[in-house]
Design a protein around this ligand. Structure first.
Ligand SMILES: N[C@@H](CCC(=O)N[C@@H](CS)C(=O)NCC(=O)O)C(=O)O
Length: 213
């Protein structure tokens, strides 16, 4: 296999951020669409935790963290300048992404799958998640994107998760007191780059022809 292999799942926000970075960097990969309830043995064989996304480069170099896949891609080619060098921006970007992937993701899961977490009502989980929405809304009051006047790594790594939060109850999100966040999200979703990473693929099976992404 000449190309890196990407194990992906269309709707997974971690996989979306990885595909965004791979696509913008122009790195071609062979895509293997995973169904989480029926993970292929080949995925388990290369990554014990078997989460998606996983990128396998040269048959042996396994990258099984979405942010690391983004960095791998952008370090090779970063035509939109998602990687910044300013130390303060880098630190703030890392802080936001860490909060997103940690506390916010946990609130998001509870809000999205509230029936699986019957301790609290859905609205309680949503309110917990909203503290991040408030923080992002405040950031967008001082710049067009989260940390500066153009989208950088933080925007691209975080918006797939805000998209998922918004989709739980679109009517609620559209009337929520976060107008800047709504426009920021809508703008990023309207980018051709986003639609270019959201094509639908059938579940990959061992022996299938290569599907280029
Ligand atoms: N820290 C990982 C998290 C990836 C992750 O948790 N992906 C979810 C799908 S959205 C997954 O594969 N879950 C495994 C499962 O449901 O079995 C990353 O950034 O890549």
């Amino acid at each position: 296999m000449k190309y890196p292999v990407l194990y992906s799942f269309r709707r997974c926000p971690y996989a979306i951020r990885a595909r965004l970075a791979l696509k913008v960097s122009g790195i071609q990969v062979a895509l293997r669409e995973v169904v989480l309830a029926d993970k292929p043995a080949a995925l388990r064989a290369c990554s014990a935790k078997a989460t998606v996304p996983v990128l396998v480069v040269n048959h042996q170099h396994v990258i099984d963290e979405s942010l690391e896949i983004m960095m791998f891609a952008l370090k090779q080619h970063d035509p939109q300048g998602w990687l910044v060098t300013d130390a303060e921006l880098v630190a703030e970007s890392q802080r936001l992404i860490a909060y997103n992937d940690g506390e916010f993701k946990s609130h998001l899961d509870r809000y999205k799958y509230a029936d699986r977490f019957p301790d609290q009502a859905m609205e309680v989980y949503r309110a917990q998640g909203e503290s991040f929405l408030r923080e992002l809304e405040a950031k967008l009051a001082t710049s067009a994107y989260l940390l500066c006047e153009r989208p950088i790594l933080a925007d691209m790594a975080i918006f797939p998760f805000i998209r998922q939060f918004a989709s739980v109850d679109k009517v609620w999100f559209e009337q929520s007191p976060y107008p800047r966040l709504q426009s920021w999200l809508a703008g990023l979703l309207q980018q051709p780059l986003f639609s270019s990473v959201m094509d639908k693929y059938v579940q990959w099976q061992e022996g299938d022809p290569v599907v280029m992404f």
